[in-house]
Design a protein around this ligand. Structure first.
Ligand code: THU
Length: 130
């Protein structure tokens, strides 16, 4: 399945009564399977979740734990950059070379690597004392 199309389709299912800003995300796992997620807001605003988080949760629920590629789409004038929290969430399951594509519904897109998206990433190695 085309990742951009998968992200575009799931974006329509976003629950966004507060921001009215729908976001869709699609991950191709290393297995080849595609997982989709949309943002899901909550009246208690901090409880809302981003599209990327939803796609990552779907990936884990599907038994996949490595991201090969991820695409995010929104109706914005310029491709929407993943928020800081989502950058760290993506980095949990993706190597630094993995491509992250950010797109708009009117056809603009920008692709960067995970390393470009989150320079200086916090990793498990930072907890090694020995
Ligand atoms: N949002 C995402 O789902 N992903 C992003 O990369 C940027 C922001 C959502 C969160 C919230 O529901 C809405 O967009 C406005 O911030």
């Amino acid at each position: 399945m085309d990742l951009l199309e998968a992200a575009r389709q799931v974006r329509e299912r976003a629950w966004v009564p507060y921001s009215r800003f729908k976001v869709g995300a699609a991950i191709r796992a290393e297995s080849g399977a595609v997982y989709q997620g949309c943002n899901v807001e909550n009246v208690a605003y901090p409880e809302g979740t981003c599209a990327e988080a939803g796609a990552i949760a779907a990936m884990c629920a599907g038994g996949d734990y490595r991201i090969a590629e991820i695409t995010v789409i929104a109706d914005s004038p310029e491709p929407v950059p993943c928020c800081g929290g989502c950058r760290q969430k993506i980095a949990e399951f993706a190597g630094p070379e993995v491509r992250v594509t950010m797109a708009t519904i009117d056809g603009k897109s920008r692709t960067v690597t995970v390393a470009e998206l989150l320079p200086g990433v916090f990793s498990a190695a930072h907890m090694d004392r020995a």
